[in-house]
Design a protein around this ligand. Structure first.
Ligand code: 1AL
Ligand code: ZN
Ligand code: ZN
Length: 444
């Protein structure tokens, strides 16, 4: 009988505060010891991670997997395998784009059963807030949702209606009583609808026109309003996918006043611009839209200062046919759950000198803390779940379409060069993804 199930030797552990070289000893899905030169390394499996970095498994707080109901867009198996290939070991699935949406206890059970059967990594489900489902919120929380999600603007899908102001206030009062959290897609419905109608559909610069019709001030207006509602209800808030550091201002001010509020941005707002939307078309279409190079830089500066809490991929896939034709009609949503770490390493670590510890913090430690999974997840520490991404930060590669595990292999990152590649992913002590070419790395 071997003592350990898996030992990862010689890797550099990247926790939020520091880098440290050590061996990680794993048994029964848990990290049972961490240290240098641990003598007893008898194990069923040994990975030599010399020269490689061990990140705590990414916790992707924002994905839209479409099963049940629209599994031809993305399935729970393909989606979770994509995440595993990107070093993620836990995801929180959004309540919309599957059918039925996760806005009732019944829908929760349907999706949860499928996820249990098909996901290769850990997961939690978000519950939806829509007009008319107030009575479902407590039941959804009892089922185990990680929190609740509402749209302040049109969600782009008919079976998930945006929440009007009265619905938001009532739901927030309830969510506060339940000690849960509300995540919001914060764009003004009134402004985006108004400007959307004004778009010159014949414009030669349709990408710019689309972006201008969903301006930063529309995000700011929605954020200010939801913060006012949080003041009124004491509801904890999580603002998803901000596209500009300007949107941070009211959030940081609210934090200073003592409000319990966190904020997410996504790899695409940290790497792509309107020019990419112009060139790539609908593969780079999302809401809020991509902005300018200056906005990308500003968001990275905010990350450096610790002002962004969480990175979520907002993986929102669709059928290829929905990404064709007129940009204005195409599906809004970028597929990105497999590429988060490579994008952050290239754009953050290599191009801007963002410390690896910060990347570890915003992709794993912070989401674990914010959503009540810490301790146990979000760091590589003794006693925690053995959720680990083994990464070669130096490996340079060009992302190819066939590298992607998505059901529909659409991505704005195809053809781009990255430094930083996930070599293996361990979820609760199990090697669920491996891209080692060197067989010496692994001994069984
Ligand atoms: N229905 C969607 O998936 N919407 C998503 N689409 C984006 N971001 O373009 C989102 O998170 O808002
Ligand atoms: Zn959204
Ligand atoms: Zn989303």
């Amino acid at each position: 009988m071997s003592e350990f199930d898996l030992v990862i030797k010689n890797g550099i552990i990247v926790n939020e505060e520091k880098l440290s070289k050590a061996d990680v000893l794993i048994k029964d899905g848990k990290i049972v010891d961490i240290g240098l030169h641990i003598k007893e390394t008898k194990a069923k499996q040994i990975i030599d991670a010399e020269g490689l970095y061990l990140f705590p498994g990414i916790i992707d707080s924002h994905v839209h997997f479409n099963e049940p109901g629209r599994s031809e867009w993305e399935g729970l198996e393909t989606g979770s395998k994509s995440l595993a290939a990107g070093g993620a070991t836990l995801f929180f699935d959004m309540p919309l784009n599957s059918h039925p949406p996760t806005t009732s206890e019944q829908a929760f059970h349907l999706k949860n059963g499928l996820a249990k059967e098909k996901s290769v990594i850990d997961y939690r489900l978000w519950g939806g807030v829509v007009p008319g489902n107030l009575d479902e919120l407590e039941k959804l929380l009892q089922c185990g949702v990680i929190g609740f999600k509402a749209f302040m603007s049109n969600s782009g899908i008919d079976d998930f209606q945006s929440a009007d102001d009265r619905t938001l206030l009532q739901a927030m009062k309830k969510i506060a009583e339940l000690h849960s959290i509300l995540a919001v897609h914060a764009e003004s419905d009134t402004i985006t609808e108004f400007l959307g109608k004004e778009i010159n559909r014949e414009s030669d610069h349709i990408a710019l026109a689309f972006s201008n019709a969903r301006p930063i001030f529309s995000e700011i207006e929605a954020v200010q309003r939801i913060i006012a509602y949080a003041e009124a209800t004491k509801c904890r808030l999580h603002i998803v996918h901000i596209s500009s550091a300007d949107v941070l201002e009211p959030i940081l001010a609210a934090k200073r006043r003592g409000l319990d509020i966190s904020v997410e941005t996504c790899p695409h707002y940290l790497s792509l611009t309107m020019d990419d939307l112009e060139k790539l078309g609908a593969a780079a279409k999302c809401a809020p839209p991509l902005r300018s190079k200056q906005e990308v830089d500003n968001l990275w500066e905010a990350i450096r200062k610790g002002e962004i809490d969480v990175i979520g991929s907002d993986h929102s896939p669709s059928l290829p046919s929905m990404k064709m034709g007129n940009l204005l009609e195409a599906w809004g949503g970028i597929s990105g759950c497999q590429t988060t770490l490579s994008v952050l390493l290239e754009e953050g670590y290599w191009q801007r000198g963002i410390p690896l510890e910060m990347i570890s913090k915003i992709t794993s430690t912070n989401p674990a803390r914010r959503f009540g999974l810490y301790p146990n997840k979000g760091s590589i520490l003794k006693g925690y779940d053995a959720d680990i991404a083994i990464v070669d930060v130096n490996e340079k590669f060009i992302l190819k379409k066939e590298d992607l595990y998505y059901k529909n292999k659409i991505s704005p990152y195809i053809g781009k060069t990255y430094r930083g590649r996930v070599k293996a992913t361990i979820s609760r002590g199990e090697l669920i993804y491996s891209h080692f070419s060197d067989s010496n790395k692994m001994t069984t």
